[in-house]
Design a protein around this ligand. Sequence first.
Ligand SMILES: C[S@@+](CC[C@H](N)C(=O)[O-])C[C@H]1O[C@@H](n2cnc3c(N)ncnc32)[C@H](O)[C@@H]1O
Length: 221
Amino acid sequence: MDAENLRNIYNQYFSQGSSAWSSTDLKKTRKVVERTLYWLRKSGFSKANASVLDIGCATGYYTESFRLTGCNSLGLDYSEIAVEQAAQRFPSCRFVQMNGFEPSFEEEFDVAFCRGFSGVNTHDLEFIARWVNKYMRYISAGGYFVLAYSSDFSGKEKSGETVNLSRSELSMLVTLINGEYKGTHIFYYFGFVSKVKRAFEKYILRKNVKDYFYILIQKSS
Ligand SMILES: C[S@@+](CC[C@H](N)C(=O)[O-])C[C@H]1O[C@@H](n2cnc3c(N)ncnc32)[C@H](O)[C@@H]1O
């Protein structure tokens, strides 16, 4: 998990105009953001026009999606190519090039949103908790850290595949994060219909199905 190595890999990836590892469909990212805000509201978050930090923002689709809901959003990525492309594509958002393992800000955020960030691609739970905890000082009172990543929840993966954290690893991880655990949600694009389709693929067709989990942690007061 070397930040400079990741930066080089992603610089190369973004300069080729690739989009396989990052979201580039605004309709989908808006849907995820609306759902995330719904989960946050259900768990008591009520701030209107929240300030949002999008960690590992890539070309800015989630950053823009938060802005479109009225949030004041800032995207962070270590790839300067990604940040450049994001700023060009979404000029109404702010973007910053920064190593996401060593955050440093002069402002606070109501929500830190972190989806698909490379720092979660490990079974080393203490490593994940260490960098997540560095963000807690930049979250406002009552604010949230949202940690999202994909998994088939088996706890193992083939070589070259991103890690599949198991449910017991996720339960352990939330105890290592300095904040109040407020639940884990799975995003299904077409709600109940997607849920049934996923179950069919998983249990009847025996396919390896990954879902995105969204863990909500509230900053302790
Ligand atoms: C798989 S993409 C996910 C992008 C987006 N959040 C999404 O869900 O579509 C991972 C992003 O994390 C960024 N990244 C990787 N290591 C980083 C680091 N140390 N600091 C900041 N960003 C990093 C990459 O440049 C890339 O844009």
